[in-house]
Design a protein around this ligand. Structure first.
Ligand SMILES: *Cc1c(COP(=O)(O)O)cnc(C)c1O
Length: 392
Protein backbone atom coordinates (compact mmCIF):
# COMPACT_ATOMS: atom_id res chain seq x y z
CA UNK A 1 0.00 0.00 0.00
CA UNK A 2 2.54 2.59 1.17
CA UNK A 3 4.72 1.66 -1.81
CA UNK A 4 2.01 2.93 -4.18
CA UNK A 5 1.69 6.30 -2.50
CA UNK A 6 2.64 9.32 -4.52
CA UNK A 7 5.46 11.56 -3.41
CA UNK A 8 3.33 14.07 -1.48
CA UNK A 9 1.78 11.34 0.63
CA UNK A 10 5.13 9.68 1.27
CA UNK A 11 6.68 13.02 2.25
CA UNK A 12 4.06 13.45 4.97
CA UNK A 13 3.64 9.91 6.32
CA UNK A 14 6.29 7.37 5.37
CA UNK A 15 8.64 6.27 8.11
CA UNK A 16 6.61 7.62 11.04
CA UNK A 17 7.11 5.60 14.22
CA UNK A 18 4.90 6.37 17.17
CA UNK A 19 5.64 5.81 20.85
CA UNK A 20 3.05 4.43 23.29
CA UNK A 21 1.53 7.95 23.43
CA UNK A 22 0.47 7.97 19.81
CA UNK A 23 1.85 11.46 19.19
CA UNK A 24 0.84 13.02 15.84
CA UNK A 25 4.08 14.90 15.19
CA UNK A 26 7.30 12.92 14.94
CA UNK A 27 8.99 12.67 18.35
CA UNK A 28 12.57 13.80 18.91
CA UNK A 29 14.47 11.10 20.76
CA UNK A 30 17.30 13.14 22.23
CA UNK A 31 19.26 10.27 23.71
CA UNK A 32 22.75 9.00 23.06
CA UNK A 33 22.00 5.48 24.27
CA UNK A 34 19.33 2.88 25.03
CA UNK A 35 18.95 0.75 28.19
CA UNK A 36 18.75 -3.03 27.86
CA UNK A 37 16.47 -5.26 29.95
CA UNK A 38 19.30 -7.69 30.58
CA UNK A 39 22.93 -8.37 29.79
CA UNK A 40 21.73 -11.09 27.43
CA UNK A 41 19.63 -8.57 25.54
CA UNK A 42 22.61 -6.23 25.21
CA UNK A 43 24.73 -9.11 23.91
CA UNK A 44 22.04 -10.12 21.40
CA UNK A 45 21.64 -6.57 20.14
CA UNK A 46 25.35 -6.17 19.50
CA UNK A 47 25.26 -9.39 17.46
CA UNK A 48 22.25 -8.27 15.45
CA UNK A 49 19.98 -5.27 16.09
CA UNK A 50 16.45 -5.79 14.75
CA UNK A 51 14.57 -3.03 12.98
CA UNK A 52 13.29 -1.23 16.08
CA UNK A 53 16.36 -1.87 18.24
CA UNK A 54 18.99 0.77 18.80
CA UNK A 55 22.40 0.78 20.48
CA UNK A 56 24.01 4.22 20.35
CA UNK A 57 23.12 7.45 18.55
CA UNK A 58 26.14 7.28 16.27
CA UNK A 59 24.83 3.90 15.03
CA UNK A 60 21.15 4.83 14.80
CA UNK A 61 18.28 6.57 16.59
CA UNK A 62 14.47 6.34 16.23
CA UNK A 63 14.04 9.93 14.97
CA UNK A 64 16.94 9.56 12.54
CA UNK A 65 15.52 6.21 11.40
CA UNK A 66 12.18 7.89 10.58
CA UNK A 67 13.99 10.36 8.36
CA UNK A 68 16.02 7.61 6.66
CA UNK A 69 12.92 5.52 5.94
CA UNK A 70 11.05 8.54 4.58
CA UNK A 71 13.77 9.74 2.21
CA UNK A 72 14.50 6.19 0.99
CA UNK A 73 10.81 5.76 0.15
CA UNK A 74 10.72 9.05 -1.72
CA UNK A 75 13.97 8.35 -3.57
CA UNK A 76 13.00 4.78 -4.44
CA UNK A 77 16.01 3.10 -2.84
CA UNK A 78 15.97 0.17 -0.42
CA UNK A 79 17.57 2.13 2.39
CA UNK A 80 19.30 5.35 3.43
CA UNK A 81 21.88 6.53 5.96
CA UNK A 82 21.55 10.03 7.43
CA UNK A 83 24.73 12.06 7.82
CA UNK A 84 25.91 15.15 9.71
CA UNK A 85 26.20 17.21 6.51
CA UNK A 86 26.06 16.89 2.75
CA UNK A 87 29.83 16.56 2.71
CA UNK A 88 29.75 13.75 5.28
CA UNK A 89 27.35 12.03 2.86
CA UNK A 90 29.52 12.55 -0.24
CA UNK A 91 32.65 11.47 1.64
CA UNK A 92 30.86 8.46 3.16
CA UNK A 93 29.34 7.32 -0.12
CA UNK A 94 32.77 7.25 -1.79
CA UNK A 95 35.31 6.50 0.94
CA UNK A 96 33.32 3.66 2.49
CA UNK A 97 33.51 1.60 -0.71
CA UNK A 98 36.94 2.50 -2.12
CA UNK A 99 40.47 1.31 -1.42
CA UNK A 100 43.95 2.01 -2.78
CA UNK A 101 44.27 0.99 -6.41
CA UNK A 102 40.58 1.51 -7.22
CA UNK A 103 39.57 3.73 -10.12
CA UNK A 104 36.80 6.36 -10.11
CA UNK A 105 35.49 8.54 -12.94
CA UNK A 106 33.91 11.87 -12.01
CA UNK A 107 32.34 14.81 -13.76
CA UNK A 108 34.57 17.87 -13.47
CA UNK A 109 31.85 20.42 -12.71
CA UNK A 110 31.40 19.84 -8.99
CA UNK A 111 30.68 21.68 -5.75
CA UNK A 112 34.08 22.79 -4.41
CA UNK A 113 34.15 20.43 -1.41
CA UNK A 114 33.14 17.45 -3.60
CA UNK A 115 36.07 18.32 -5.86
CA UNK A 116 38.37 18.39 -2.80
CA UNK A 117 37.31 14.85 -1.79
CA UNK A 118 37.84 13.45 -5.28
CA UNK A 119 40.93 15.43 -6.21
CA UNK A 120 42.83 15.67 -2.92
CA UNK A 121 41.52 13.12 -0.39
CA UNK A 122 40.87 9.96 -2.41
CA UNK A 123 44.04 10.33 -4.47
CA UNK A 124 46.08 10.74 -1.26
CA UNK A 125 44.98 7.21 -0.32
CA UNK A 126 45.86 5.69 -3.67
CA UNK A 127 42.52 5.89 -5.48
CA UNK A 128 42.88 6.91 -9.12
CA UNK A 129 40.41 9.54 -10.27
CA UNK A 130 39.73 10.53 -13.89
CA UNK A 131 37.78 13.75 -14.50
CA UNK A 132 35.56 14.19 -17.54
CA UNK A 133 33.21 16.80 -18.98
CA UNK A 134 30.01 15.39 -17.46
CA UNK A 135 27.86 16.44 -20.41
CA UNK A 136 29.95 14.51 -22.96
CA UNK A 137 29.09 10.79 -23.02
CA UNK A 138 32.11 10.07 -25.27
CA UNK A 139 34.40 11.25 -22.48
CA UNK A 140 32.66 8.96 -19.97
CA UNK A 141 32.98 6.08 -22.46
CA UNK A 142 36.69 6.73 -22.89
CA UNK A 143 37.38 7.07 -19.15
CA UNK A 144 35.38 4.17 -17.68
CA UNK A 145 37.31 0.89 -17.86
CA UNK A 146 36.94 -2.64 -16.54
CA UNK A 147 37.70 -2.32 -12.85
CA UNK A 148 36.28 1.22 -12.51
CA UNK A 149 34.56 0.97 -9.12
CA UNK A 150 32.38 4.07 -9.16
CA UNK A 151 31.34 7.08 -11.19
CA UNK A 152 30.36 10.34 -9.51
CA UNK A 153 28.38 13.28 -10.86
CA UNK A 154 26.10 16.15 -9.94
CA UNK A 155 22.90 15.68 -11.94
CA UNK A 156 22.60 19.49 -12.25
CA UNK A 157 25.94 21.18 -11.70
CA UNK A 158 26.82 24.08 -9.46
CA UNK A 159 26.75 26.94 -10.43
CA UNK A 160 26.33 26.66 -14.21
CA UNK A 161 23.39 24.20 -14.13
CA UNK A 162 24.73 21.70 -16.64
CA UNK A 163 22.54 18.60 -16.88
CA UNK A 164 24.23 15.21 -16.98
CA UNK A 165 22.59 12.37 -18.92
CA UNK A 166 22.19 9.98 -15.99
CA UNK A 167 20.73 7.20 -18.15
CA UNK A 168 23.63 7.42 -20.62
CA UNK A 169 26.30 7.50 -17.90
CA UNK A 170 24.65 4.63 -16.00
CA UNK A 171 24.69 2.42 -19.09
CA UNK A 172 28.41 3.02 -19.58
CA UNK A 173 29.20 2.57 -15.88
CA UNK A 174 27.09 -0.55 -15.40
CA UNK A 175 28.71 -2.25 -18.40
CA UNK A 176 31.99 -1.96 -16.48
CA UNK A 177 30.40 -2.98 -13.16
CA UNK A 178 30.82 0.48 -11.61
CA UNK A 179 28.47 1.96 -9.02
CA UNK A 180 26.70 5.15 -10.15
CA UNK A 181 26.71 7.78 -7.39
CA UNK A 182 24.68 10.93 -8.07
CA UNK A 183 24.76 14.16 -6.05
CA UNK A 184 21.19 15.26 -6.71
CA UNK A 185 21.10 18.44 -4.62
CA UNK A 186 20.38 21.02 -7.32
CA UNK A 187 17.84 18.85 -9.12
CA UNK A 188 16.03 17.94 -5.84
CA UNK A 189 14.18 14.69 -5.00
CA UNK A 190 11.04 16.31 -6.42
CA UNK A 191 12.33 16.89 -9.96
CA UNK A 192 15.02 14.25 -10.44
CA UNK A 193 14.11 10.58 -10.32
CA UNK A 194 17.78 9.58 -10.52
CA UNK A 195 17.21 5.97 -9.45
CA UNK A 196 14.67 5.39 -12.22
CA UNK A 197 17.28 6.67 -14.69
CA UNK A 198 19.91 4.20 -13.45
CA UNK A 199 21.62 5.76 -10.42
CA UNK A 200 22.54 3.21 -7.75
CA UNK A 201 23.27 5.70 -5.00
CA UNK A 202 21.87 9.21 -4.53
CA UNK A 203 23.35 11.68 -2.06
CA UNK A 204 21.86 14.91 -0.77
CA UNK A 205 22.93 17.84 1.26
CA UNK A 206 19.67 18.08 3.21
CA UNK A 207 20.87 21.53 4.28
CA UNK A 208 19.39 22.74 1.00
CA UNK A 209 15.81 22.08 -0.21
CA UNK A 210 15.03 19.25 2.24
CA UNK A 211 15.36 21.45 5.32
CA UNK A 212 14.44 24.31 3.03
CA UNK A 213 14.54 26.94 5.73
CA UNK A 214 18.24 27.39 6.28
CA UNK A 215 18.22 25.99 9.81
CA UNK A 216 20.50 22.97 9.97
CA UNK A 217 23.31 21.11 8.23
CA UNK A 218 22.52 17.58 7.16
CA UNK A 219 23.11 14.97 4.51
CA UNK A 220 21.89 11.57 3.42
CA UNK A 221 23.07 8.62 1.32
CA UNK A 222 20.29 6.61 -0.38
CA UNK A 223 21.06 3.24 -1.97
CA UNK A 224 20.74 -0.55 -2.00
CA UNK A 225 20.36 -2.17 1.46
CA UNK A 226 23.65 -4.09 1.52
CA UNK A 227 25.63 -1.07 0.41
CA UNK A 228 23.91 1.21 2.96
CA UNK A 229 23.91 -1.12 5.97
CA UNK A 230 27.13 -3.06 5.40
CA UNK A 231 29.44 -0.64 3.59
CA UNK A 232 28.20 2.88 4.44
CA UNK A 233 26.84 2.32 7.95
CA UNK A 234 29.95 0.44 9.07
CA UNK A 235 32.17 3.27 7.86
CA UNK A 236 29.97 6.12 9.10
CA UNK A 237 29.16 4.75 12.55
CA UNK A 238 32.85 4.25 13.32
CA UNK A 239 34.06 7.55 11.87
CA UNK A 240 31.47 9.88 13.40
CA UNK A 241 29.53 11.41 10.53
CA UNK A 242 26.01 10.49 11.70
CA UNK A 243 23.07 12.93 11.76
CA UNK A 244 21.82 14.23 15.12
CA UNK A 245 18.22 13.42 16.16
CA UNK A 246 17.32 17.09 16.37
CA UNK A 247 18.49 17.64 12.80
CA UNK A 248 16.55 14.58 11.65
CA UNK A 249 13.44 16.05 13.25
CA UNK A 250 13.93 19.35 11.38
CA UNK A 251 14.41 17.40 8.13
CA UNK A 252 11.26 15.34 8.73
CA UNK A 253 9.33 18.57 9.10
CA UNK A 254 10.99 20.05 6.03
CA UNK A 255 10.02 17.02 3.98
CA UNK A 256 6.32 17.47 4.59
CA UNK A 257 6.35 20.64 2.48
CA UNK A 258 9.21 19.70 0.13
CA UNK A 259 7.11 19.03 -2.97
CA UNK A 260 4.97 22.15 -2.51
CA UNK A 261 7.97 24.38 -1.86
CA UNK A 262 10.08 23.05 -4.75
CA UNK A 263 7.22 23.45 -7.19
CA UNK A 264 6.41 26.98 -6.06
CA UNK A 265 10.08 27.96 -6.21
CA UNK A 266 10.54 26.34 -9.63
CA UNK A 267 7.48 28.18 -10.97
CA UNK A 268 8.99 31.47 -9.80
CA UNK A 269 12.41 30.54 -11.23
CA UNK A 270 10.77 30.01 -14.64
CA UNK A 271 9.01 33.39 -14.42
CA UNK A 272 12.24 35.15 -13.44
CA UNK A 273 14.34 33.39 -16.13
CA UNK A 274 11.81 34.33 -18.81
CA UNK A 275 11.61 37.87 -17.45
CA UNK A 276 15.39 38.36 -17.61
CA UNK A 277 16.14 36.61 -20.91
CA UNK A 278 16.64 39.19 -23.62
CA UNK A 279 17.63 41.96 -21.21
CA UNK A 280 20.54 43.68 -22.96
CA UNK A 281 22.47 44.09 -19.71
CA UNK A 282 22.67 40.31 -19.22
CA UNK A 283 24.92 38.27 -21.52
CA UNK A 284 23.65 34.83 -20.38
CA UNK A 285 20.60 33.63 -18.49
CA UNK A 286 21.18 30.02 -17.51
CA UNK A 287 18.05 28.08 -16.61
CA UNK A 288 17.36 24.49 -17.78
CA UNK A 289 13.77 25.44 -18.64
CA UNK A 290 14.87 27.93 -21.31
CA UNK A 291 15.19 26.71 -24.90
CA UNK A 292 18.56 28.47 -24.98
CA UNK A 293 19.96 26.12 -22.31
CA UNK A 294 22.51 23.72 -23.84
CA UNK A 295 20.82 20.63 -22.37
CA UNK A 296 17.22 21.86 -22.49
CA UNK A 297 16.02 18.75 -24.34
CA UNK A 298 17.76 16.41 -21.94
CA UNK A 299 16.32 18.37 -19.01
CA UNK A 300 12.86 17.95 -20.51
CA UNK A 301 13.45 14.21 -20.87
CA UNK A 302 15.09 13.43 -17.55
CA UNK A 303 13.64 15.95 -15.10
CA UNK A 304 10.10 16.48 -13.87
CA UNK A 305 10.71 20.19 -13.49
CA UNK A 306 13.53 22.58 -14.24
CA UNK A 307 14.54 23.35 -10.69
CA UNK A 308 14.72 26.31 -8.40
CA UNK A 309 18.12 27.71 -9.46
CA UNK A 310 19.23 30.04 -12.21
CA UNK A 311 22.36 31.98 -13.06
CA UNK A 312 22.93 35.24 -14.92
CA UNK A 313 26.07 36.87 -16.29
CA UNK A 314 26.26 40.64 -16.13
CA UNK A 315 29.71 40.95 -17.68
CA UNK A 316 32.05 41.93 -14.86
CA UNK A 317 32.68 41.52 -11.15
CA UNK A 318 31.98 45.23 -10.62
CA UNK A 319 28.59 45.01 -12.33
CA UNK A 320 27.74 41.85 -10.40
CA UNK A 321 28.63 43.49 -7.08
CA UNK A 322 26.64 46.65 -7.90
CA UNK A 323 23.61 44.55 -8.80
CA UNK A 324 23.87 42.42 -5.67
CA UNK A 325 24.41 45.41 -3.38
CA UNK A 326 21.27 46.99 -4.81
CA UNK A 327 18.97 44.09 -3.92
CA UNK A 328 16.38 44.50 -1.18
CA UNK A 329 14.64 41.11 -1.06
CA UNK A 330 17.36 38.76 -2.30
CA UNK A 331 19.94 38.09 0.39
CA UNK A 332 23.64 37.91 -0.41
CA UNK A 333 24.55 34.49 0.94
CA UNK A 334 25.74 31.10 -0.24
CA UNK A 335 23.12 28.56 0.79
CA UNK A 336 20.50 27.42 -1.70
CA UNK A 337 17.08 25.82 -1.70
CA UNK A 338 16.07 28.16 1.13
CA UNK A 339 12.65 29.78 1.51
CA UNK A 340 14.53 33.08 1.30
CA UNK A 341 15.88 33.98 -2.13
CA UNK A 342 19.67 34.10 -2.28
CA UNK A 343 22.16 35.72 -4.67
CA UNK A 344 25.71 34.34 -4.75
CA UNK A 345 28.83 35.47 -6.60
CA UNK A 346 30.55 32.09 -7.15
CA UNK A 347 33.87 33.45 -8.47
CA UNK A 348 34.65 35.26 -5.21
CA UNK A 349 32.94 32.94 -2.70
CA UNK A 350 31.95 29.30 -3.26
CA UNK A 351 34.46 28.79 -6.08
CA UNK A 352 37.10 31.29 -4.96
CA UNK A 353 39.62 28.46 -4.34
CA UNK A 354 39.70 27.43 -8.02
CA UNK A 355 42.54 28.57 -10.27
CA UNK A 356 41.57 31.12 -12.97
CA UNK A 357 41.88 28.48 -15.76
CA UNK A 358 39.62 26.11 -13.82
CA UNK A 359 37.03 28.86 -13.31
CA UNK A 360 37.13 29.71 -17.00
CA UNK A 361 36.76 26.05 -17.97
CA UNK A 362 33.72 25.66 -15.73
CA UNK A 363 32.10 28.86 -17.00
CA UNK A 364 32.49 30.63 -13.65
CA UNK A 365 33.01 34.07 -15.13
CA UNK A 366 33.56 37.30 -13.12
CA UNK A 367 30.04 38.50 -13.96
CA UNK A 368 28.22 35.30 -13.01
CA UNK A 369 25.57 35.53 -10.28
CA UNK A 370 23.88 32.37 -9.01
CA UNK A 371 20.29 32.83 -7.93
CA UNK A 372 18.45 30.48 -5.60
CA UNK A 373 14.77 31.30 -5.89
CA UNK A 374 12.80 31.23 -2.65
CA UNK A 375 9.16 31.38 -1.66
CA UNK A 376 8.58 35.11 -2.01
CA UNK A 377 6.31 36.52 -4.73
CA UNK A 378 7.88 36.00 -8.17
CA UNK A 379 6.91 39.51 -9.33
CA UNK A 380 8.56 41.09 -6.29
CA UNK A 381 11.71 39.05 -6.89
CA UNK A 382 11.87 40.06 -10.55
CA UNK A 383 11.31 43.76 -9.75
CA UNK A 384 14.08 43.58 -7.17
CA UNK A 385 16.49 42.12 -9.75
CA UNK A 386 15.50 44.82 -12.25
CA UNK A 387 16.21 47.47 -9.62
CA UNK A 388 19.65 45.91 -9.16
CA UNK A 389 20.21 45.78 -12.93
CA UNK A 390 19.52 49.51 -13.18
CA UNK A 391 22.57 50.08 -10.96
CA UNK A 392 25.16 48.18 -13.02
C1 LIG B 1 25.85 22.18 -0.43
C2 LIG B 1 26.26 21.06 -1.30
C3 LIG B 1 27.00 19.99 -0.79
C4 LIG B 1 27.50 19.96 0.62
O1 LIG B 1 26.52 19.95 1.58
P1 LIG B 1 26.70 20.50 3.09
O2 LIG B 1 25.41 20.15 3.73
O3 LIG B 1 26.99 21.95 3.00
O4 LIG B 1 27.85 19.73 3.68
C5 LIG B 1 27.32 18.97 -1.66
N1 LIG B 1 26.94 18.98 -2.95
C6 LIG B 1 26.23 20.01 -3.47
C7 LIG B 1 25.85 19.97 -4.90
C8 LIG B 1 25.86 21.07 -2.66
O5 LIG B 1 25.17 22.09 -3.18
Amino acid sequence: MADDWNIRTKLVHTGSRRSQYGEMAEAIFLTQGFAYDSAEQAEARFIKAEDDEFIYARYGNPTVRMFEDRIAAVEGTEDAFACASGMAAVNGALTSMLKAGDHVVSARALFGSCLYILEDVLTRYGVQVTFVDGTDLDQWRAAVRPGTKAVFLESMSNPTLEIVDIRGVAEIAHAAGALVIVDNVFATPVFSRAVELGADVVVYSTTKHIDGQGRALGGVICGPRDYIRKTVETYMKHTGGSMSPFTAWLMLNGMQTLDLRCRAMADSAAVIAAGLEGDARISRVIFPGLESHAQHRLAREQLRGFGTMLAIDVGSKEAAFRLMNGLAIWKISNNLGDAKSIATHPATTTHQRLAPEQKARLGITPGLIRLSVGLEDAGDLLSDLRRGLDLI
